[in-house]
Design a protein around this ligand. Structure first.
Ligand code: IPE
Ligand code: IPE
Ligand code: MG
Length: 256
């Protein structure tokens, strides 16, 4: 397995998680469903079905161990380029997921929220998403953000448009724009930036995910394909994260 980007220290602690110092926010690019299916001689859509199950179990596990925020990239603004039957299957799986979530999220105390331009989704899907948002307002548990028709560039353009509109309406002014103010116009307003970004599937790129929010996230790549992603793999990612020295541009240990 291609794990050459791990440091020796990270290899030594593989899977040994310090549960008292977990990342507060984990983001995951759910990648590798198609290749998982291809390897088994199955249609790509079969990979998406198993991938959706994997998402259910990993999201539940993140809640169990006390992760505050989990943000997953489920469908990008570029994924519309895919064959219609694949897009239709992904949307049908999303519908199924939301229907189940509406029945279970209160019991599970998992909040669901969405990032992306949902305006192009079917009325039914938008209605289900709105129902999830409404239920979430009454809950306090782990917040799971599902990125659908999401693109980091589109999010920045959308934020800029909203800010410009506020300026035209006299509600804001260009000189008052700071990083903090701008963050308030993003889909992720009010949510801390991801501490750890995990990409399964072997690619080492962002693919237009959370361009603003990942400025100081720790990246973890693995060749494991998303449908095979397990609790143990999550442990490896968290343990690797716990070996990192986050300096945010400063120096180690906060010294002078
Ligand atoms: C990720 O898996 C799911 C989506 C992008 C919707 P892929 O479908 O990209 O799987 P690979 O990368 O082709 O294996
Ligand atoms: C990123 O995966 C998007 C999602 C997982 C939703 P892609 O499979 O679309 O990314 P590329 O094409 O490999 O960059
Ligand atoms: Mg892919």
């Amino acid at each position: 397995m291609g794990v050459s980007w791990f440091s020796k220290k990270e290899r030594d602690v593989a899977g040994q998680v310090d549960f008292d110092h977990l990342p507060r926010h984990i983001a995951i690019i759910l990648d590798g469903n198609g290749r998982w299916a291809k390897k088994r001689g199955l249609p790509r859509t079969a990979g998406h079905k198993v991938g959706a199950e994997t998402f259910r179990s990993i999201a539940t596990y993140c809640r169990d161990i006390g992760i505050d925020y989990l943000t997953v990239y489920a469908f990008s603004t570029e994924n519309w380029k895919r064959p219609k039957d694949e897009v239709d299957t992904i949307m049908a799986l999303l519908r199924q997921y939301l229907l189940e979530a509406i029945d279970t999220m209160e019991r599970d105390n998992v909040r669901l929220s969405f990032m992306g331009d949902l305006s192009v989704l079917t009325e039914e899907l938008r209605g289900l998403a709105a129902q999830c948002n409404e239920i979430s307002g009454r809950l306090t548990g782990c917040q799971c953000n599902i990125c659908v028709n999401y693109g980091g560039r589109a999010e920045l353009v959308h934020a800029a448009q909203r800010f410009a509109r506020d300026c035209l309406m006299g509600l804001a002014e260009p000189a008052g724009l700071t990083e903090e103010v701008f963050e308030g116009y993003l889909y992720s307003a009010g949510i801390p930036s991801p501490d750890l970004l995990i990409r399964p599937g072997g690619e080492q790129r962002l693919s237009n995910f959370l361009l603003w929010q990942c400025a100081y996230s720790e990246f973890y790549y693995t060749d494991v394909l998303w449908p095979d992603f397990s609790k143990e793999e999550l442990h490896r990612a968290i343990a690797a994260y716990q070996c990192r020295n986050r300096r945010f541009g400063g120096v180690s240990g906060g010294g002078v």
